[in-house]
Write a protein that binds this ligand. Structure first.
Ligand code: 2AM
Length: 502
């Protein structure tokens, strides 16, 4: 490893007061990658009393950033050497560049930056990857950097641009001892709820990025469920202003959440050009960056049902096939929409359907985290994980308090639905939930996430499912054998089924 004190470099041309506002002391924190999230995170860290060095591959971005924030404790570096030299030891370097690596053999921009840093760093320096890296990639980097004598944290950061500036929810994974070093900075920059910072040490290795990935899956579920509520209201003849008022009102109650809040605000927004609702002018093709699909793949690998999140990912996929949908809309028939339910009554019913479905979505996401955490022996604390989602992040919501409480009361809870509070809510809401799924279905209004949630609920609570016939089918064509209800568990039987001709 290169010893930094041996490196000497000339102050690059153009380096003057503008870029080096404070050089008398070494910086507490360094950040690489000055896109909007990176910039906002730097301003957040600086605002908590830390001096921050910054580096961006395109140096003009660094210069512009520093020039835009005079008087702040910022150090702009034009080279990585200069950047590394400006940091107090052990160095804490937060990388905020886009990660794309998924397969073991993939190498991306984060790897490129890490490779450039390695020869410049000293033992025990800390690299933090704050991007949306795939957790397996984080595990690879964790092992690789440990071999080099460096410390690594893979941290999921949620909250978008605003969260990064004012206080995100942070999900760091890595060695507990490294977390202890980072804790003062992370706790000071994270969002606070009831005085508690929205950051905990999630677990070792890729645990932080893993939990962030599932957080994103849950976010997909939440967003789709809200969209299905909106679509039912729209088909029932509500105006966008009426719908905005409904979401605004819901945001005062049990479903208070950032996503409900922004949905209300979005529906209120008018296009300055036409005066029409902006939302109604937006093309109905959803984009996605991949964390939802990663969540599905991981659920399949773990044998966990996340049907609500699955429906949400698939709803985005189908939405993106706009041309195919337009063509099919002229060929495939459906019922004429005829919703006669009084508006106030419909609002209450859809509220309950949304609330119940949302609980199912979280139950599934947390079940997946639990299963993976156990398989990996990560020692995850589901209650504390839910508690750091209460602020800063996109899925922040009042009802996360109830989730936190449920796991505090029973850390061994096998499924969120089974906590007394949620049993009660699901009991209270289910009649309306069923009526909404049925109303939407009878009217030909797609509600894949509402109905997937209800299907999960009814399957999970079914003492007997029709899998007995399924086992008969399997034994019929493949002699896969079956267990019997009247014989001890584990004893396998086979029937000589009649031959089927043709
Ligand atoms: P840039 O301004 O030079 O493009 C988001 O894309 C951020 O990641 C930007 O700050 C971008 O720097 C940076 N980035 C992307 N790929 C990079 C790479 N291979 N090396 C260093 N920074 C990179």
């Amino acid at each position: 490893m290169t010893c930094l004190s041996k490196i000497s470099f000339a102050k690059p041309k153009g380096a003057g007061k503008d870029r080096f506002q404070i050089m008398s002391k070494k910086s507490d924190f360094g950040l690489i990658g000055l896109a909007v999230m990176g910039q906002n995170l730097v301003l957040n860290v600086e605002s908590r009393g830390f001096q921050v060095s910054v580096y961006n591959r395109t140096t003009s971005v660094t210069d512009e950033f520093i020039a835009k924030h005079p008087g702040k404790a910022l150090v702009g570096a034009h080279t990585l050497e200069e950047f590394v030299q400006s940091l107090a030891m052990p160095r804490k370097i937060h990388i905020m560049v886009k990660s794309t690596a998924v397969a073991d053999s993939d190498r991306d921009a984060v790897d490129a930056v890490i490779e450039q840093l390695i020869p410049l760093l000293a033992k025990d320096d800390i690299i933090i990857d704050g991007g949306n890296s795939f957790y397996k990639t984080t595990e690879r980097r964790d092992v690789y950097l440990a071999e080099k004598g460096l410390r690594f944290i893979g941290a999921g950061v949620s909250g978008g641009e605003e969260g990064a500036r004012k206080g995100p929810s942070i999900m760091p994974g890595g060695p507990a001892s490294t977390w202890e070093v980072m804790k003062p900075i992370f706790e000071s920059i994270a969002a606070k709820v009831d005085g508690e910072p929205c950051v905990i040490h999630i677990g070792p290795g890729g645990a932080g990025h893993y939990v962030k990935m599932i957080h994103n899956g849950i976010e997909y579920g939440d967003m789709q469920l809200i969209c299905e509520a909106y679509n039912i209201f729209k088909h029932a003849g509500f105006t966008t202003d009426e719908m905005a008022a409904i979401f605004n009102e819901w945001n005062e109650g049990a479903m208070q959440s950032y996503l409900i809040q922004i949905s209300g605000k979005a529906l209120e927004q008018k296009d300055p050009e036409t005066g029409a609702s902006i939302v109604e002018l937006i093309v109905d093709k959803a984009g996605q960056k991949g964390t939802g699909q990663w969540t599905l793949m991981n659920a399949a690998e773990n044998g966990i049902v996340i049907s609500t999140i699955n429906a949400a990912v698939e709803a985005r996929i189908l939405s993106s096939k706009k041309k195919a949908r337009v063509a099919a809309s002229k060929l495939l028939t459906g019922p004429a929409v005829n919703i006669t339910t009084a508006k106030a009554e419909l609002v209450k019913k859809v509220h309950d359907a949304l609330y119940a479905s949302k609980i199912i979505s979280y139950a599934q996401g947390l079940d997946l985290i639990k299963s993976m955490g156990e398989a990996k022996k990560w020692g995850l604390d589901l209650g504390r994980i839910a508690s750091i989602w209460r602020g800063g992040c996109i899925i922040r919501a009042r009802f996360l308090n109830s989730i936190t409480d449920a796991y505090r009361e029973n850390p061994e809870l096998s499924n969120l639905m089974l906590a007394p509070f949620f049993i009660d809510v699901l009991t209270q809401t289910q009649q309306n939930w069923r009526e909404v799924v049925s109303l939407a279905t009878l009217n030909g209004i797609p509600c894949p996430a509402f109905s997937a949630s209800l299907g999960y609920y009814d399957s999970y609570r079914a003492e007997r499912l029709p899998a007995n016939l399924l086992q008969a089918q399997r034994d019929f064509f493949g002699a896969h054998t079956y267990e019997r209800t009247d014989k001890p568990e584990g004893q396998m039987f086979h029937t000589d089924w009649p031959e089927v001709i043709g």
